[in-house]
Design a protein around this ligand. Sequence first.
Ligand code: NAD
Length: 514
Amino acid sequence: MAEAQGSAPASRFVHNKLRAEALLAKLKADGIGHHIAGKRVASVSGRTFETTSPIDRSVLTEVARGDAADIDAAAMAAQKAFKSWKAMDPDKRRAILHKVADVIEAHQEDIALLECVDTGQAHRFMAKAAVRGAENFRFFADRATEARDGLNLPTRDHWNVTTRVPIGPVGVITPWNTPFMLSTWKIAPALAAGCTVVHKPAEWSPVTADLLPRLLLEAGVPEGVLNTVHGFGEDAGKALTEHRAIKAIGFVGESSTGSAIMAQGAPTLKRVHFELGGKNPVIVFDDADLDRALDAVIFMIYSLNGERCTSSSRLLVQESIAAEFSARVADRVKKLKVGHPLDPATEIGPLVHQRHYDKVCSYFDIARQDGATIAAGGRPFDGPGGGFYVEPTLVTGATNAMRVAQEEVFGPYLTVIPFRDETEAVAIANDVNYGLTGYVWTADMGRALRVADELDAGMIWLNSENVRHLPTPFGGMKASGIGRDGGDYSFDFYMETKNICLAKGSHAVPKLGA
Ligand code: NAD
């Protein structure tokens, strides 16, 4: 029996590897091009760059390297397609976007496998992320028909009717951590609103971004509605933010890049929506259900390789239980399964890229220099393929002034900071530049609500890990972002609100020169 139980994941691993090898062979032969106006094209300059495997550092394929000329072609295609996409009956748009969800579901296995080999994320999470990509399209498809709805704000003499219209062609710029899911999270509402899109995916994760426009075409999305230009932030990304035809930029990435985009977009008065970095606290009080809190603490920093904007990377734990709770966390961290991302047993895969690996590893020394203690991990990990693996790491004995308590590491790296009471917990939690999420664990609901009220964060979970409900607002305060996504909030960004004032004919029109 034990053998039978052990063999199922093993055979799944073999299956995953064989299927991924076949997909990679095709990818290597085909390369990755831009998708502009429904056609797969090379860069105007003919330039390409290599994308490499986080598992074994090998070259996966050559990718078209776009610049201002390719962005211009894509923006023109998006502008041309905008007229008819905007005018399409919302019911038809709804049906097409549902078909996109169907097509994503039909390809979910390949999407998950490609995402694993391109980013190093573990299959157990990427399988769910692929499904979530389909859910994003389904969710916003159902809202396409009501996107234009507004308010009626009548006065005695006038009716005021607000309506919304799609803002125009928009740019979507995405990072590499869960690239497929995140791009659908931005692109689906834009399309549902009636906008057309130019997508600039992250240069470290171009593979599933190459698949998405092809799936959309297969589902019947008209040519030019989604255009994808690959390339680097400083040329393709920058050109997109500066293009006159692009009316808004939905951006997910680092806070410093958000600042750059704001400056780049200023001359053309770009509307911007930013989902940026985080250094999110999870606050554990001594009256909490500590077993559940432990599971959530571990999940929220060691899932998705810790490359997760909403990760709880600071554990604030009440002094009375700090030693015991930290020891329990350390024990679990040492048991986390680091391994090949296609192995269903793997909990932590390799980090996405050499540069990110170097950054995460640098925080092992920074912790020591800061005077903190590495209670678990703290070294590179010799994983299968020899790629960018690190040991999941726990740092204790930290104060909030230390770099390990202030800076986003974006890896499987947790910093523990003790606190005395509620007041100090809130003070420490808020004493960072970021403000994306906060997590609070306590049996005292009054205290939970007080702390939730005080935390400077856009999203707060009480006695829960991050569980998303798509209609709710998603976004951050301070250096974690500007604007909210989710439900109707997304339409506020991708649409212009228009007020139409209608006179009943009863009011006195001012007479000048009469
Ligand atoms: P990044 O900012 O380096 O890159 C993100 C994208 O921006 C890439 O496509 C890149 O090419 C592009 N870019 C870079 N410079 C640009 C420029 N000058 N103009 C236009 N585009 C430019 O971020 P990353 O390293 O890819 O991703 C990790 C970061 O993303 C982390 O800080 C993480 O917290 C954040 N993130 C936030 C959320 C959220 O919802 N708040 C979600 C996921 C990731």
